[in-house]
Design a protein around this ligand. Structure first.
Ligand code: HEC
Length: 136
């Protein structure tokens, strides 16, 4: 009689664990509740060789440089390797930092900028992109 009861309890416990496992799988989304036992996956996409795929225009963010004397030199010499929008992308920088920046472009990256253009670029940066002078 005692043995019989422990077998019943064991069978009940095993059943409980099995139902729990199935329920857990349902919760995870492995099975649909309508079709137990089948793995639910999205239908494969049918590719068509003659289809035309389109994307819209890519957003290009190129903030304009502030108009002013020297802008032409900036646009001519700071446009070779990257967009001149690297300038307005920076926070307002002190004049000395801009000077170091322009020197770095030449010494570290090999920018070829004539001395007089370098001077006018620096004057332009000082006049529009320092904490004191920057307006936008
Ligand atoms: C010979 C190529 C070249 C030229 C010309 C050039 N740069 Fe750069 N510049 C770089 C490279 C390389 C980087 C760093 C990599 C990156 O961020 O794309 C950089 C980065 C910068 C940065 C981001 C901050 C930093 O130090 O990385 C600023 C600001 C900048 N350049 C300003 C200028 C200005 C102003 C001029 C014109 C005087 C200029 N660049 C001309 C190559 C150049």
């Amino acid at each position: 009689m005692r043995k019989h009861r422990s077998v019943v309890i064991l069978a009940f416990a095993i059943g409980l664990v099995a139902v729990g496992a199935i329920y857990a799988d349902l919760q995870l989304g492995y099975y649909t509740s309508l079709n137990l036992g089948s793995v639910a996956q999205p239908a494969p996409v049918k590719q068509q060789p003659d289809a035309a795929y389109e994307i819209s225009a890519l957003p290009l963010y190129t903030p304009e440089l502030v108009p002013g004397e020297g802008r032409q030199d900036v646009e001519a010499y700071c446009n070779t390797c990257h967009s001149p929008s690297y300038i307005p992308m920076q926070p307002p920088l002190p004049a000395a930092t801009w000077a170091a920046e322009v020197t770095k472009m030449g010494k570290a990256f090999g920018a070829q900028i004539p001395a007089e253009s370098q001077a006018s670029i620096l004057k332009y940066l000082e006049s529009h992109y320092t904490p004191e002078t920057r307006k936008r």
